[in-house]
Write a protein that binds this ligand. Structure first.
Ligand code: PEP
Length: 251
């Protein structure tokens, strides 16, 4: 099945209600570009307000806890973000893995909790600069992704809808230095092969693999032309409707 390019904005820890006007502008523009699936992952506090107003864009969260509830001060469960209007959750982002010491097993538990709550997941993976320099980037990412994903028998039948993989080399995030199209092609090809190995030919090819790391309107078209790039996870450039939709228009 050919899926629409998926362009997802990760607002990280940016945005108060003053940013709702930007979300509205993104939603209006997305209504004019239905060939692209546009989504936003704002801070938790903006999920419900954006969900209430949005007509076209999907709204999601940047993380969730792996348990349903309990004594976990400051955390939020998958069911809670779904209740606020989230349709998806980003998991395993390198900033979570680094700043909150999230290992693969924890990320996988979160994925299982999110799927059980009916959410779609965007599973992030990506290597550090040191790993790339050592020539082990592909092996590292394949191992990380395999360990972070639930096994095939725990994934729903509509894997292609429920799962998106985001390849985000850590050294490219927020640096202005996107990976080269050759590096993206090599990694997305390796991830595709892994998905086919894990989930079979049909499901493995149905999952979108999106790229993240310094995507901007200026480099988006070249990145989207790479085989097996099904969209982008966008940080900094998703904070204004102009730059974010500039990227979406290039897809
Ligand atoms: C991200 O953190 O998911 C990201 C891709 O950030 P940026 O676009 O700012 O590099």
């Amino acid at each position: 099945m050919t899926r629409r390019p998926y362009i997802v904005g990760n607002w990280k820890m940016h945005g108060t209600r003053a940013m709702l006007s930007e979300a509205r502008a993104i939603d209006r523009a997305a209504q004019r570009h239905m060939k692209v699936e546009v989504a936003l992952a704002p801070p938790y506090t903006l999920i419900h307000p954006i969900h209430r107003e949005a007509e076209q864009i999907g709204v999601g969260a940047q993380d969730c806890h792996h348990m349903d509830g309990g004594a976990h001060t400051g955390d939020i469960s998958a069911a809670m973000i779904a209740d606020a209007g989230a349709k998806f959750v980003i998991l395993g982002h390198s900033e979570r893995r680094t700043e909150h010491s999230e290992g693969d097993a924890r990320v996988r538990a979160k994925a299982e909790a999110a799927l059980a709550a009916g959410l779609r997941i965007i599973m992030c993976c990506g290597e550090s600069a040191e790993t790339r320099e050592s020539g082990k980037a592909v092996a590292f990412v394949k191992r990380q992704l395999k360990a972070s994903l639930p096994p095939a028998d725990q994934l729903p039948a509509d894997i292609g809808d429920k799962l998106t993989v985001a390849y985000e080399p850590i050294w490219a995030i927020g640096t202005g230095n996107a990976a080269t199209t050759d590096d993206i092609a090599e990694m997305h090809g390796a991830i595709r092969a892994l998905l086919v190995e894990l989930f079979g030919e049909e499901h493995g090819r149905d999952v979108r693999i999106i790229y993240g790391g310094s995507v901007k309107p200026e480099n988006a078209a070249a990145i989207f032309a790479v085989p097996d790039v099904g969209g982008a996870l966008v940080g900094g450039a998703s904070l204004t409707a102009d730059s974010f939709m500039g990227i979406a228009l290039a897809a």
